[in-house]
Design a protein around this ligand. Structure first.
Ligand code: DGY
Length: 328
């Protein structure tokens, strides 16, 4: 009897993912915070590794698995945590879970615009800190209606944000690398978008070109009192420059779901009242996480079975439908 191929799961994969993997594979479930001893024990001979965007997957981990390794399946969108060149050189496929988290992440971006704009976290803290006098407090924010919203990047998630913002009566701008036609937004060069937007929301993947795309220079171009929202990747923003911009009043507020060095959030951000800080929950709805778990497992199964996976880096992947209802 041949033994089943081993799959090492380092992500916090929902049960549905394990239900799909366990009948076919010998699954070693370590979770995101395993130590090197656990990895030394379970990785050698693995055919698949399931990671998430917080887990760096480089040549060392791939070589620890050895030549049996066929797939690194990201439980998340994009590949910024995976050394794609190292994977390619070893004949390992890298896969991810796009499309199914589009709506959940887009809704969270809109929630952060509203929360940062209306100073929801500060107002909530006032109640919990028992410092509400009972009168109408002067926690004055700004409305979306009539504001100019700039979407940096105009992929699936940004397009969904654009659709969700339609009833808010905003002027919608976008900047995007592709030169194709854009619907629902006016395309501008990034510098012009930064100069004209009251709210700037980031929707680019993290690549060498987008690392610190929003730095001190970018903040200097933004309107005084603008609001920044980031649900993409923390390293798209230079954190120290962001803290300086929030302290100086160049930015009125920031709504953040992602950070440069997760799970570390610098005290400089936590100390500022004009930040709304979330622990990377863009895709965190039960329906979306289940849809991601299914796609993540399907990617593993397809590659180990010698088939083209639904969503692979540089692959002829089946088109993943961007869901408008979470998880559908
Ligand atoms: C992502 O890719 O950022 C999702 O939120 C999963 O972490």
């Amino acid at each position: 009897m041949t033994s089943k191929p081993r799959v090492v799961v380092l992500a916090a994969l929902p049960a549905l993912g394990f239900d799909l993997l366990r009948p076919r594979f010998d699954v070693a479930a370590g979770g995101p915070r395993v130590d090197s001893g656990w990895l030394r024990k379970h990785t050698p001979g693995a055919a698949g590794i399931v990671a998430d965007p917080s887990i760096p997957v480089g040549p060392e981990l791939m070589d620890a698995a050895g030549t049996s390794l066929k797939v690194v399946s990201n439980f998340g969108v994009g590949y910024d945590n995976i050394d794609i060149e190292a994977a390619r050189a070893r004949g390992v496929r890298a896969t991810n879970t796009p499309g199914v988290l589009t709506n959940a992440t887009a809704e969270l971006a809109v929630a952060l615009m509203l929360a940062a704009g209306r100073r929801i976290a500060e107002a909530d803290a006032m109640i919990r800190g028992d410092s509400w006098s009972g009168s109408q407090e002067n926690i004055l924010g700004r409305e979306l209606a009539g504001a100019t919203v700039g979407l940096v990047g105009f992929g699936r998630i940004a397009q969904r944000v654009a659709a969700l913002l339609a009833p808010f009566e905003v002027r919608l701008l976008c900047s995007s690398r592709s030169s194709g036609p854009v619907r629902d937004a006016e395309r501008l060069a990034l510098d012009d978008l930064l100069a004209e937007s009251d709210f700037v929301s980031l929707h680019v993947p993290l690549t060498p070109e987008t690392r610190h795309l929003v730095d001190a220079n970018a903040f200097a171009k933004m309107k005084r009192g603008a609001i920044l929202v980031n649900t993409s990747r923390g390293a798209v923003v230079d954190t120290q420059a962001l803290i300086d911009a929030l302290r100086s009043g160049r930015l009125a507020a920031a709504g953040l779901d992602v950070y440069e060095d997760e799970p570390h959030v610098p005290p400089g951000l936590c100390d500022l009242p004009n930040t709304v800080l979330l622990p990377h929950i863009g895709s965190a709805t039960a329906a979306t996480r289940d849809a991601m778990a299914r796609l993540c497992a399907e990617n593993v199964i397809a590659v180990i079975d010698g088939q083209e996976p639904p969503a692979a880096a540089g692959g002829r992947s089946r088109r993943i439908r961007a869901s408008t209802t979470a998880g559908s």
